[in-house]
Design a protein around this ligand. Structure first.
Ligand code: F6R
Length: 234
């Protein structure tokens, strides 16, 4: 695991964008695994700037998002579909049919997990997976206690996660109780992973990750067993 401590959020975003741009330059048909949340917003802003300056094209890139809330329509402003549209997709030349996000509105969320899993199998593996880090060590929406062998599944969101995400809704009650997420095994199948974490409230989780003890009670700890992980934090 390569680790980089940065001095500012801007540095984190620029360094992460550098990793993504390099990947796409090496492989213009790269499959990117993408995360939502506040941490990668600066990365996406930087990627948009790089695209506008002609430094990168997403024309042949495919994307797979990690997760989506269950029970809110993709037109809902807090759906991860809208998040990605707003922060990246609408501003770059990604082809619409290269964008993949679990459908949180599917009638049968379990079947939706199977569909997403098959799609990942047929178009993957992910070449570069971008991850944020939950304060409790979650990656994707794989909360503490999730099996390291998990694949795409429906999860009950931990109370702490709903609380952390309440800032995007009017109240915690409005935060969906379930989500669809790719599993830890899916994440570990990515060829390369870049994990981003920034801010006071992430320090404890970062310290625990860097300590290196591998345990399902701290999902991100499995990343220490992956051959190509870059952690950028500050
Ligand atoms: C988002 C995701 C989550 C977030 C994590 C950190 O798609 O899978 O694991 O990466 O909750 O969120 P922020 O960046 O908002 O602190």
């Amino acid at each position: 695991m390569k680790t980089y401590k940065v001095q500012s959020y801007e540095d984190l975003s620029k360094m992460a964008a550098g990793v993504v741009v390099e990947e796409i330059k090496e492989n213009p048909q790269a499959v990117l695994g993408l995360a939502t949340g506040s941490t990668p917003i600066g990365l996406y802003e930087q990627l948009i700037r790089d695209y506008q300056q002609g430094k990168v094209s997403f024309k042949n890139v495919k994307t797979f998002n990690l997760d989506e809330y269950v029970g809110i329509h993709r037109s809902h402003p807090q759906s991860y579909y809208q998040f990605m549209r707003k922060h990246l997709f609408q501003s770059v030349d990604l082809s619409k049919n290269h964008i993949h996000i679990p459908n949180g509105q599917a009638e049968d969320p379990k079947k939706e997990c199977e569909r997403y899993e098959q799609l990942l199998q047929s178009q993957g593996p992910v070449d570069l997976q971008v991850l944020g880090l939950g304060v409790n060590g979650h990656i994707g929406f794989n909360e503490p206690g999730t099996s390291f062998h998990s694949r795409t599944h429906v999860v009950q969101l931990a109370d702490s996660t709903r609380e952390a995400n309440a800032r995007f809704f009017n109240s915690k009650e409005e935060v969906p109780k379930q989500a669809i997420t790719v599993g830890i095994e899916n994440i570990m199948e990515s060829r390369q992973i870049v994990l981003l974490a920034y801010g006071e409230n992430k320090q404890e989780a970062i310290n625990r990750l860097l300590e290196g003890e591998v345990s399902e009670s701290f999902p991100a700890s499995i990343l220490t067993q992956h051959p190509n992980v870059t952690v950028i934090y500050g």
